[in-house]
Design a protein around this ligand. Sequence first.
Ligand SMILES: Cc1ncc(COP(=O)(O)O)c(C=O)c1O
Length: 368
Amino acid sequence: MASADGLPDKLVRASLADVMPYVPGRAGDADADVVALASNEGPFDPMPGAQEAVRAGAHEHRLYPDPGAWALRDELAGRLGLPVEQVLPGAGIDGLIASLAALTLDPGDELAMCWPSFLSWRQRCLVQGATVREAPLTAAGAYDLDALADRVGDRTKLAVVVSPNNPTGAPVGADELERFLDGLPAHVLPVLDEAYFEYLPAGSHDGASLVREGRRLAVLRTFSKAYGLAGLRVGYLAGPAELVTAMGKVRPAFEVNAPAQAAAVASLREAGAELPARVALIERERKRLRTCLEGLGVAPLPSAANFLYIDLGSPDRAAAVNRSLVEDGVMVRPTAPFGAPAGLRMTIGRPEENDRLMAVLPGALSSV
Ligand SMILES: Cc1ncc(COP(=O)(O)O)c(C=O)c1O
């Protein structure tokens, strides 16, 4: 029997009843005069060598990509100081989250994380029919690792730490992270989402070095932010060799496409020359936007990433400020889907884009 909407009854798994479908917005006219500060990619183009690598491989796309992504794995392993067996490229951190959840979570199992935070962790857990155990953030918007430890129970398989946290921006401290890892029971795999790793200040945590020390920990990083490759979808996992092998049960064979593999290798080779200036620009522009916001009476939370988060006190005010910004052609991110309905997240853009945002902010904030 087909249901009214044309699908067989009970086709969609009953356990997905509470999972909201992802509704992609339309990007709109690329030529339109809109400043896009909503998706945290940041202001950077792919590095020159990465652009060249994509162009140079264009005639080869008749063939499937290297399913092992070996050149990229070798390059990553060398730079991280890990055996190649402990490194796994994926289709962005998002692709790796999907595979990790599919590998580990059955109905009844649990994933512990703080909330508000990056929604893919929550979404992928729910898709598995598993349970999210949520802990609060600290007042600064960082993961509260004591509260998170309290949420870990007998059925918890994954304990996720997003640092710096999205959408709020604050990182956890290196020492408290190690204490948290030390205190976890043996049946839990801790996962450190370091999507904004490149922007962390000196002395912060470095998940790869924790993996090098032999800790049982999965670390996730991406080429979508500081490397400017968000459109190509490439990231990686560093962790126990047994985990990398087990991921082969669930991951798509040709997960990382050929241009993405080539661009990521080229980017790593240029990182030493290119990244410091990128990080410096983010720090400079973030400070400028912070000063502007503070002057307007809305102090953003501390941020070690390429975005700032402001709390507007109520969902209505956040919606009104967002509406005004959209009318002025500036797109920022309302953070209700991340569990923060009174907030807005603003990606640090190019200096001239940040100028546009700062020019319209006074009107947006005073219009409500
Ligand atoms: C904390 C966090 N993890 C993962 C991702 C996804 O990264 P990727 O583009 O590699 O899928 C993002 C993207 O915004 C993020 O903020």
